[in-house]
Design a protein around this ligand. Structure first.
Ligand code: GLN
Length: 548
């Protein structure tokens, strides 16, 4: 049976709770334990699938097709453990399950209440697959005191009581603000946050304190005394140059030791951290720099493309270079504007996924610029669709080539659909049927699908195999009917679904590096195992940088 570590936050949000959880997971692995990480989000959306990326950052998709919180991306990147749909839940999902049960009569006419019905539903979620790993790390989104979060806090308190003694611990992450005028780190907000936590019955075992400065011994002792934790369980989390330093930094601060001590595990197995030493060495000792332009729509919020930013960093790690990614709003080069001044000087161009017609003309222009100027181009999902539309319009001469998505959205019929809405596809041995008008959230091809690569294609060389599995999140597909015509124009369909009906990858052999993929390779990249497409894309950018 797993030991449970519950991770909560206080004082302010955005302290890096997800990262701290992920780094702790990596440290426990380094000591030989198996781990799984989970996220409980207090918001009322049933899942983040329908939330705008501006609201909540990227939607992270799991192999089994769940649309989850971006923290699950951190968990995967740090531990390599593939997340599942049972690793992410929101209040919305919990309430929706409870209400479904109530309608079905499962509660046999009882009055439905937050305690015990909602809290039981949360505890059932926590317990799933609890016997599979040594440690289950469960992070509660938001901060202590949030109204929506209360049932989650109550459920983890109960969970700790339900289990045998010593099987659950609580770790609380707070902020120590630095007051410049007095030159002091202040502990009072942390004291209040812990007081709030204790008032709902949770006493933290480990306190992780974010601060811009090292915590002096005096403050550490004060925190321990006032917050009722052991002095060596007060862990400082200072700002880092790279998030991938977090496992080593937390280890130095004694986080993993404090956690094992709290469980009474002694002697603790020694950690093996060479994997992380290597990652950090490659980041700190990069031997050059490349500039990649990311031409997208949600550019104001970097979290909207979190996994892409990280996968590019991993590509840099693979090549020992620093990748500096710059986000460019695609609407800047809609018709009329000369895009050369905006895109000159980049060693590679990436067009990421996205939804809706806004900004697509700029992305098509960027794809054209990359194709004709022979600049490495990686098109992801919508970015592949843009490459296909670009080739259809500008090489094939199909001037009105477009996506059914644009016509549907605007309620007109202006385009020839080289990208069309997929109404039917095969999932295992089932055929799935969908209409564009179905409930939002349920209409997409989601999760891992296999693809077969053309032998001798560039992608087959990059992957080193012709059978791959990658994660999807889209409604529309490139129409296979255009394959022969586009291949004659030089755009080769080098990856297809195993039944040969759905184009998964396009590439231009007569170009240094021009690849579009219908899936999201960024979701599977890790710092210690960079995704082959990102590793090779960055390599191509390095080659390009040597030309100029
Ligand atoms: N909007 C496109 C589709 O639904 C692309 C989606 C994406 O880029 N994730 O097919």
């Amino acid at each position: 049976m797993a030991r449970y570590i519950f991770i909560t936050g206080g004082v302010v949000s955005s302290l890096g709770k997800g990262l701290a959880s992920a780094a702790l997971g990596a440290l426990l692995q380094a000591r030989g334990y198996s781990v799984r990480l989970r996220k409980l989000d207090p918001y009322l959306n049933v899942d983040p699938g329908t939330m705008s990326p501006f609201e909540h950052g990227e939607v992270f998709v799991t192999d089994d097709g769940a649309e989850t919180d971006l923290d699950l991306g951190h968990y995967e990147r740090f531990t390599g453990v593939a997340a599942r749909n049972t690793d992410s839940v929101s209040s919305g999902r919990i309430y929706s399950n409870v209400l479904d049960k109530e309608r079905r009569g499962d509660y046999l006419g009882k009055t439905i209440q937050v305690i015990p019905h909602v809290t039981n539903e949360i505890k059932d979620f926590l317990a799933v697959d609890g016997d599979e790993v040594d440690f289950m790390l469960c992070e509660i989104g938001g901060t202590v005191g949030d109204i929506e979060g209360l049932p989650f806090f109550e459920a983890i308190r109960q969970f700790g009581q339900d289990r045998e003694r010593g099987q659950c611990i609580f770790m609380h992450l707070t902020l120590l603000p630095f007051i410049k005028a007095s030159g002091e780190l202040k502990t009072k907000p942390t004291q209040h946050s812990v007081k709030e936590l204790r008032s709902i019955g949770i006493a933290p075992d480990v306190l992780v304190c974010r601060s811009e400065h090292p915590i002096p011994k005096k403050e550490r002792e004060k925190l321990a005394l006032f917050c009722n934790v052991r002095p060596d369980a007060v862990i400082a989390a200072n700002d880092l140059r790279s998030i991938y330093e977090a496992p080593l930094a937390y280890h130095q601060e004694g986080l993993d030791q404090a956690v094992l001590d709290a469980f009474g595990i002694s002697p603790a197995p020694k950690p093996k951290l060479d994997k992380w030493d290597d990652v950090v060495d490659r980041i700190h000792n990069a031997e050059g720099e490349v500039k990649v332009a990311i031409v997208g729509k949600y550019t104001q919020l970097e979290d909207a493309y979190k996994s892409i930013a990280e996968a590019l960093t991993h590509g840099g790690i693979a090549n020992r270079v620093k990748v500096s990614a710059e986000w460019i709003d695609a609407e800047k080069f809609e018709t009329g504007n000369d895009i050369a001044p905006l895109l000159d000087g980049y060693n590679a161009i990436l067009v990421p996924g996205g939804f809706g017609e806004r900004g697509t003309q700029g992305k098509i222009n960027a794809a054209r610029f990359a194709r004709t100027r022979k600049i490495p181009y990686l098109g992801i999902c919508l970015g592949m669709q843009m490459a296909v539309i670009e080739a259809s319009r500008n090489i094939l001469g199909l001037e009105d080539a477009g996506s059914e998505e644009f016509d549907y959205e605007r309620g007109h019929n202006n385009y020839t659909h080289v990208i069309y809405h997929l109404k039917e596809w095969v999932e295992g041995n089932r055929t799935i049927k969908r209409a564009v008008t179905d409930n939002k959230g349920g209409t997409m091809r989601l999760g891992a699908y296999n693809a077969t690569l053309k032998p001798d294609s560039q992608v087959a060389k990059i992957y080193g195999t012709t059978d791959i599995s990658e994660r999807h999140r889209h409604r529309y597909e490139v129409d296979i009917e255009y394959r022969d015509k586009l291949e004659k124009c030089g755009l080769v369909f080098s990856g297809l679904s195993p039944d040969g009906r759905l184009p998964e990858i396009v590439e231009i052999p007569d170009h240094p590096w021009y690849i579009g993929v219908q899936f999201h390779p960024e979701l599977k990249s890790k710092p210690f195992e960079p995704h082959p497409l990102f590793a090779d894309f960055v390599r191509a950018a390095v080659d390009q940088s040597r030309l100029v």
